[in-house]
Design a protein around this ligand. Structure first.
Ligand SMILES: Cc1ncc(COP(=O)(O)O)c(C=O)c1O
Length: 458
């Protein structure tokens, strides 16, 4: 239900907050600035992943523990960034530290199988309903790349469909229409394929077709137009590259029906949603069974990991004569031990409930403030993840991105950082609450948000 038209944000106030908070940020973090300046001569943009290069400059980190993280100047933050949601476990959990010390003493890399790879595979099969068999790799990017190759081989077709605004890592086939400009994006119901980077061969553009989120009829039309050409639809069941965009009632079920009707595999990219939205991921919340799922981030307790899995009849194509799946670091003992200990010893049902409960509470605190001040924004939340979307109406698909108030988003990021609340850089991510966060962390966060809003509407 739509609320009454909200208040209008005063642009002068926003600019004042940005100017003041940016000056404050610079004053608090000179060592991050200094080393970033130095880094620019040895690293393009001064970082190793361009996601980290954000204004005014990236915070450089010295250490982290539990829910807390410290920058190079010694400023302390409660970490709601958590490595883009890779640390549902929080930082340096004592059980994990002990297990990894033990493993390090027994060797960090064999490139031969170890028993933990089997136990972790069995745990993923137990947790994630669509998985009968799984293969490990080292990142979300590898997981989606490998899953797509397997899908193409299984179905015997070359094209894939990807949802506009979703991010599936940085390999060529999916680095398309992740955040296209409006003037390039094309019609909403039949978006253009817009490469997000130079250097991608043009045939990738031909082979990746873009569909809008939350519109199964549009997907049906696209698959009809390309009947017999598409191997798989890859999607985030809940989009987490544009804040958080939830599926409309029945949408995922319709996607399942449409893909099945066209003989196309359905791949859920659960790199972000994995264990964070529910112990068994999105398919525990929405009763839809994809053919393959991709995992990474929080399943590894903070060590580099990726995995993809699905029905045995598809996965068995990974063999010496059909689909190659390789990697020196695949199933390495450090990541396997970290994943296994995290999933089987640390992520108890109570631990999941703790993180989800705190995140839900944070969402409610935000909502109460938004309502009290009649702000043009809303909260989107699922499991241990959520965010404030600086946009009045609930987002339905990527095109909502164009009405997000970027100035307010930047003011918010700075304001929170200066008061010890760390969010992911960029405004397209969301908070993650770890199992080590406390009630005090949530109370402090909610209080700072309220302070920010008071400033905004004064
Ligand atoms: C949904 C999704 N898929 C894939 C990836 C790529 O994962 P990685 O950065 O581990 O390569 C990401 C990264 O943020 C992601 O959010």
């Amino acid at each position: 239900m739509l609320r009454e038209p909200p208040i209008t944000i005063n642009r002068t106030h926003v600019q004042e907050i940005v100017d003041r908070e940016e000056a404050q940020f610079r004053k608090r973090t000179p060592r991050s600035h200094q080393i970033h300046e130095r880094a620019k001569s040895s690293l393009p943009m001064g970082v190793s992943s361009s996601f980290q290069a954000v204004p005014p400059y990236p915070l450089f980190i010295s250490r982290a523990e539990g829910s807390q993280i410290w920058d190079l100047d010694g400023n302390q933050y409660t970490d709601f960034h958590l490595a883009f949601g890779s640390l549902l476990v929080g930082h340096s959990h004592p059980v994990l530290v002990e297990a990894l010390r033990d493993q390090l003493g027994k060797g960090s890399l064999y490139s031969l199988p170890c028993a933990d790879v089997v136990y972790l595979a069995e745990e993923l099969v137990r947790r994630f309903a669509p998985i009968e068999q799984v293969r490990f790799c080292n990142s979300g990017t590898e997981a989606t790349m490998d899953a797509l190759r397997l899908a193409r081989a299984h179905v015997g077709r070359e094209k894939i469909v990807k949802i506009e605004g979703s991010y599936h890592g940085h390999h060529d086939a999916v680095l398309m229409s992740t955040k296209p400009y409006l003037e390039d994006a094309g019609p909403i119901e039949r978006p253009n394929t817009v490469p997000a980077s130079k250097g991608i061969p043009s045939n990738f553009k031909t082979n990746t077709i873009i569909a809008p989120y939350n519109d199964a009829e549009a997907l049906d039309r696209i698959l009809t137009e390309h009947e017999g050409e598409v191997a798989a639809v890859i999607m985030e069941a809940v989009i987490m590259n544009v804040g958080v965009i939830l599926p409309l009632e029945g949408y995922l079920q319709s996607v399942r029906e449409v893909t099945r009707r066209h003989g196309v595999l359905l791949i859920f990219d659960e790199v972000k949603t994995g264990v964070t939205v529910a112990p068994g991921g999105v398919t525990e919340i929405y009763p839809v069974e994809p053919d393959l799922i991709c995992l990474a981030k929080s399943i590894g307790g903070g060590m580099p990991i990726g995995a993809f899995g699905g029905r045995e009849e598809i996965m068995r194509r990974i063999n010496h004569s059909e689909v190659l799946h390789l990697g020196t670091f695949n199933g390495n003992p450090m990541s396997m031990r970290a994943g296994l200990v995290t999933l089987t010893q640390i992520f108890t049902p109570e631990a999941h409930a703790h993180a989800n409960g705190l995140s839900q509470q944070l969402g409610k605190e935000y909502e109460a403030v938004i309502e009290e001040f009649d702000l043009p924004m809303h909260v989107a939340r699922i499991g241990a993840k959520g965010c404030a979307m600086f946009r009045y109406e609930r987002a339905r698909n990527y095109r909502a991105w164009f009405d997000i108030d970027m100035d307010v988003s930047y003011a918010y990021w700075l304001f929170l950082a200066n008061r010890g609340i760390l969010f992911p850089p960029g405004f397209d991510d969301q908070w993650t609450v770890s199992i080590q966060h406390t009630q005090d962390n949530i109370d402090h966060h909610a209080h700072v948000f309220q302070q920010f809003v008071r400033e905004l509407v004064r």
